[in-house]
Design a protein around this ligand. Structure first.
Ligand SMILES: [Mn+2]
Length: 344
């Protein structure tokens, strides 16, 4: 039995428009998030099942279009799609909704129908709402199939999370051939056969790194992460000297982030020339290279202000240096003053 384990699609998640350089870029990204799962379905996958471990929908109240499209595509899939509800989409367990998710190739595992058997493997699922370790153990022990997979959704690493389920050791002790988890968006293996799949596409700068799904082969006992995302977020801190201009900045960013489809946040630190290029100009140049670029300037003006004060004692320059709170304003004022005084 081979399967794909994916998670946390959060269909309908709002995307902050003002973070995108244009309406077109915003729309492009919105569609990439909406289409990620359907693109997986379209691929010629040599697997026996697609397992989704919760939070398929972002929240109750999203446009029905997202739910309708998901059901329509999943029910006609050539590969069975087996899903559970997470903490974000437990509304699909409501009596008015639940029946829609048992149609064609689509099966939602619920308290009343907690498992489905495909070939020699029983897939058991428990939503965040229904999670109970002893019940999971009882299901495993009652199973007559050769293999068992368990799907659930919540935190198994931090007890502080209000959706904490249990710890990894307790999950391991259940003896499943594979446990597919949802909730934490960063994909990770907690044991050779226990994994968070993470989401298919990153949603914001808090979700760095490569995104994709887990490809599992129960007979080979092999479970591996497969990258699938169209884009990745990158955060970059550059330490500059006052001689570094936008050419040097762009070059350094390109060396660190060669992928021009990326979404990049650059923090500039180090030294800044008194007369430096406007931040907007740097951002515009980065915008021309990357899909989304953000720049934050944390540089400090290097010029020795104490020496300047000593050179112009009792002058407006001294007052400015002592009173200015904003470095950019200080730089501009100093520049203007020194020009008018013929200093440089
Ligand atoms: Mn969740």
């Amino acid at each position: 039995m081979k399967f794909i384990h994916l998670s946390d699609l959060h269909l309908g998640i709002p995307l902050n428009e003002h973070r995108y350089p244009s309406k077109t870029a915003h729309t492009t990204r919105r569609l990439e998030l909406e289409d990620a799962f359907f693109n997986v379905l379209k691929e010629d996958l040599k697997v026996d099942a697609i397992l989704i471990s919760g939070d398929t929908f972002d929240k109750d109240g999203i446009r029905s279009f997202y739910i309708d499209r998901f059901i329509k595509q999943a029910e006609k899939s050539s590969i069975p799609v087996i899903m559970i509800a997470g903490n974000h989409d437990d509304f699909i367990l409501k009596p008015s909704m639940i029946h829609r998710f048992k149609s064609g190739s689509l099966t939602l595992l619920t308290k009343d129908h907690p498992s489905v058997t495909i070939g020699d493997t029983e897939i058991i699922g428990m939503s965040t709402l229904d999670f109970d370790l002893n019940t999971a153990k009882a299901y495993k022990e009652a199973s007559k199939a050769d293999h068992q997979i368990f799907l659930t959704h919540g935190d198994v690493l931090s007890k502080k999370d209000r959706y904490y389920l249990t710890d990894v050791k307790s999950l391991e002790a259940l003896g499943f051939d594979y446990i597919g988890l949802g909730h934490i968006h960063k994909h990770q293996f907690l044991a050779p056969s226990i994994a968070y799949a993470g989401n298919l596409e990153p949603f914001d700068f808090s979700e760095k790194g490569i995104k994709g799904y887990i490809l599992g082969d129960l007979d080979a006992r092999s479970f591996s992460f497969i990258p699938h995302a169209k884009r990745a977020y990158h955060k970059l801190k550059l330490t500059l000297t006052e001689d570094d201009d936008s050419d040097a900045i762009i070059q350094q960013v390109k060396e660190n982030v060669p992928d021009d489809k990326a979404l990049v946040r650059v923090v500039l630190t180090g030294e800044k020339a008194l007369q430096s290029e406007p931040l907007d100009a740097i951002k515009e140049r980065l915008d021309a290279v990357y899909f989304v670029a953000e720049v934050k300037d944390e540089r400090r003006i290097k010029r020795d202000l104490e020496a300047l004060k000593a050179k112009y004692p009792g002058s407006l320059i001294e007052v400015l240096i002592e009173e200015a709170s904003d470095e950019d304003a200080l730089a501009l004022a100093l520049e203007a003053l020194m020009e008018s005084e013929g200093a440089s």
